[in-house]
Design a binder for this molecule. Structure first.
Ligand SMILES: Cc1cc2nc3c(=O)[nH]c(=O)nc-3n(C[C@H](O)[C@H](O)[C@H](O)COP(=O)(O)O)c2cc1C
Length: 180
């Protein structure tokens, strides 16, 4: 029996990956999700597919293709419906488009739909200080929070006083969608 067969029947987690520098660690999130009992599938923005993370590694870990484009009409749905969705890392761009309902990528369209389906959605924003004060971003956070979206702390990527860049806390996304 393969590892994926053993995971069949478990709740299904959509991992939405945006084009932020932190995206290259998403394999650790998939592994942590498996350890917590989730089966996972990755949806990436088109820009994230341009070298921001190792899509081949994500496919090997999940046993499924990474999705970035819509399926063809009439083609079967590649993933089962989600039991929860995590967006990690979430960019300034995707957060703002999502709040506005601008569903021009599969990733954003999936996020817009997840809220309508009542599926829990957790976000780990990866947004620099210079962008976080933009009024559009602040309004997007308020709007998404009002829709029930759960947010972890923003990761700015800024090095600390010793010049060390803090670790991206992937597990927080799983805490935010943990059942019960
Ligand atoms: C190396 C690199 C790192 C980036 N890191 C971030 C980031 O941490 N957060 C962010 O909001 N944008 C970041 N960007 C800019 C986004 O990639 C850009 O806004 C893109 O349009 C986001 O697309 P998406 O939201 O569809 O993934 C980065 C760009 C580059 C080239």
């Amino acid at each position: 029996m393969t590892e994926r067969t053993e995971r069949a029947g478990r709740p299904f987690l959509y991992v939405v990956v945006c084009a932020a520098g932190a995206a290259d660690g998403v394999g650790g999130l998939i592994t942590a999700a498996h350890e917590r009992g989730w089966e996972a599938g990755v949806l990436a923005t088109p820009t994230a597919m341009e070298g921001f993370f190792d899509a081949a590694e994500a496919e090997a870990l999940t046993g499924r293709p990474v999705r970035s484009a819509w399926r063809r009409p009439g083609a079967p749905r590649p993933f089962p419906p989600p039991d929860a969705v995590v967006v990690a890392p979430a960019t300034f761009n995707t957060v703002n488009k999502w709040a506005q309902g601008l569903a021009d990528t599969l990733a954003v369209a999936t996020l817009c739909e997840a809220c309508g389906l009542g599926v829990p959605v957790a976000v780990l924003p990866c947004v620099a200080d210079a962008l976080a004060g933009h009024p559009a971003y602040r309004e997007s956070l308020a709007r998404l929070r009002a829709m029930g979206v759960r947010f972890g702390d923003r990761y700015s990527g800024e090095p600390d006083e010793r010049g060390v860049r803090p670790r991206f806390g992937w597990e927080r996304a799983l805490d935010l969608v943990a059942p019960g």
